[in-house]
Design a protein around this ligand. Structure first.
Ligand code: CFM
Length: 539
């Protein structure tokens, strides 16, 4: 079926009132590779329109749930009504594996001040202090993070003052986050707030040196479904020491010590690029974007690490691991490709995966026809080269920009500008860069920012893709249309999908989903039923 995406776009826009139509027309883009190397501009990171049924989450979700939550021994205490805690309780499948049975792990717990009407009227600081003391005496953590929910900001409780007071009283690291749900346009604001907190309160607190030669941090990897376990295994086999991730399977100490690494690898650019930038400025650690989603992407990323460290032994070990793993991947890939070749996919995930997972589909011959982020910014779509031209609006001004300067004692540039230039001259060795999703999608592909429920239905009806990838909010509505929906936030109950072993899992899962016969039995709403379902006699 051949679709004219421009016609479809106009049809979709018709339903909206004039002002909204204009706004959505700038957020629904038909991709194009222009001669000057640019792609069309997309409007992103702007407020969702009420009633549109967005899939976005809130700022608190981005700070507590996404960035800080996966670190297992920072005790997360939510200051707010219980619902905010309950809905952030073990819903993201960020796994962790303490070294010993006795090691601290608070991930299974849900701690909240459980604010009541009385606290909203008379203030909740007293209750918060009591909660911090209680949590400290129960768990004896190294650090407590306090997260603000919407009412905290509305009534003006000062979580930072409470954190300072409690830190002095209890003698452990305690810090607060002004990450009220409404503070930004999406969870993306919460990522930035969390990054600032990590930088101000944790990174650089532990100077323990490591003897290993090749030391990295993996930023923006949250160990969903065990992805981080797979990646640490690969890195270890190559002889690369992972000091810390941010923040899947991490601990307070690994993050506190992360400034001793010599290279920062950035997986999810959206959620953690601020930490990478700040660590480079303060400590002199270069960063580069990697992608461990997809077998060829993983191989490419590993080779780039080898090039960075310029060590023949390391490069040889990397090649050995790639050869060993690729042999296993290729067997499954060939089989699955023979059954999936030519099928189509749509991807709507937060800020990275709608891009990264296109690679896995490409590896089994499937094409992504429409994709979009819930809350990515223009740089995630068009590449970081648009950054200097980005306008700072009132919503972005809400979030602190930390002014970072080189640390007087600890700034140690790991590479000279000449070395960086030499490495960059080699193919695909860009530092501090992210090409974005659109340059890597076909011309004429549709790119939709912050997709609405209505738009989802219309594109499904028009394209009838073989698979739709999104989250729990979309899953069952989509499947009732006879189209399988794979959750790419939680992986449903599957995964890991990162690295080589993850690629094999993904290929098998997608093969099962797109080739399952059950989808033929669902009658989508756009297709009138040809016959009435048989009456089942009640006996
Ligand atoms: Fe980064 Fe993520 Fe994502 Fe994200 Fe998320 Fe997530 Fe996501 Mo869900 S940090 S932007 S805020 S890759 S929770 S692990 S899957 S929306 S695309």
């Amino acid at each position: 079926m051949s679709i004219d995406p421009r016609v479809l776009k106009e049809e979709i826009l018709q339903i909206y009132p004039k002002k909204l139509r204009q706004k959505r027309s700038e957020q629904i883009i038909i991709n194009e590779h222009r001669e000057d190397g640019t792609v069309p501009e997309i409007k992103a990171n702007v407020r969702s329109n009420p009633g549109i049924i967005t899939q976005r989450g809130c700022t608190y979700a981005g700070c507590k749930g996404v960035v800080i939550g996966p670190s297992r021994d920072i005790l997360s205490l939510v200051h707010g009504p219980i619902g905010c805690s309950f809905y952030a309780w073990l819903t993201r499948r960020n796994q962790t594996r303490p070294d010993t049975l006795e090691a601290q792990n608070f991930i299974n717990y849900c701690l909240s001040t459980d604010m009541q009407e009385e606290n909203i009227v008379f203030g909740g600081e007293k209750k918060l202090k009591e909660a911090v003391r209680e949590a400290f005496h129960l768990f004896h953590p190294k650090a407590i993070a306090i997260f603000s929910t919407c009412p905290v900001g509305l009534i003006g409780d000062d979580v930072h003052a409470v954190a300072r007071e409690m830190k002095a009283e209890l003698g452990i690291n305690i810090f607060g986050f002004s990450c009220e749900g409404y503070r930004g346009v999406s969870q993306s604001a919460g990522h930035h707030i969390a990054n600032n907190g990590l930088f101000k309160h944790i990174i650089g607190n532990d100077e323990t040196p490591h003897p290993e030669k090749f030391k990295i941090n993996l930023l923006g990897e949250y160990n969903i479904g065990g992805d981080g376990f797979v990646l640490e295994d690969i890195l270890t086999r190559c002889g690369i020491k992972q000091i810390s991730t941010f923040s899947g399977n991490s601990t307070y100490d690994t993050m506190a010590n992360s400034h001793t690494a010599d290279l920062n690898l950035v997986m999810c650019h959206r959620s953690i690029n601020y930490v990478a930038e700040m660590m480079e400025k303060r400590f002199g650690i270069p960063w580069m974007k990697v992608n461990f989603i997809g077998a060829t992407a993983t191989a490419k990323s590993l080779r780039r690490i080898g090039e960075y460290f310029e060590d023949d032994g390391l490069k040889a070990r990397i090649e050995e691991v790639i050869a060993e793993e690729m042999a296993k991947v290729e067997v499954v890939q060939a089989l699955v490709k023979s059954r999936c070749q030519g099928k189509t996919a749509m991807l709507f995930v937060g800020g990275s995966r709608a891009h990264h997972y296109q690679q896995l589909f490409t590896e089994i011959g499937m094409k992504t026809v429409v994709a979009g982020y819930e809350f990515g910014h223009r740089d995630d779509y068009e590449g970081r080269k648009v950054l200097p031209g980005l306008k700072v609006d009132a919503d972005s001004k809400n979030i602190e920009e930390i002014d970072v300067v080189p640390d007087p004692e600890r700034y140690r540039p790991r590479r000279t500008p000449e070395q960086i230039a030499k490495l960059e001259a080699m193919t695909e060795m860009e530092f501090r860069d992210y090409v974005g999703m659109m340059p890597e999608m076909d011309s004429d592909a549709m790119v939709i920012d912050d997709i609405s429920h209505y738009e989802t239905e219309r594109i499904l009806e028009a394209y009838r893709p073989d698979i739709f990838c999104a989250g729990i909010k979309e899953k069952f509505g989509v499947q009732k249309m006879g189209i399988p929906c794979k959750q790419l936030h939680s992986y449903d109950y599957g995964g890991p999908y990162a690295g080589f072993a993850g690629a094999i899992n993904f290929f098998n899962d997608i093969d099962r989903l797109v080739n399952m016969k059950i989808w033929r039995y669902a009658t989508p709403p756009w297709q009138p039923p040809t016959q009435q379902p048989e009456q089942v006699a009640a006996d």
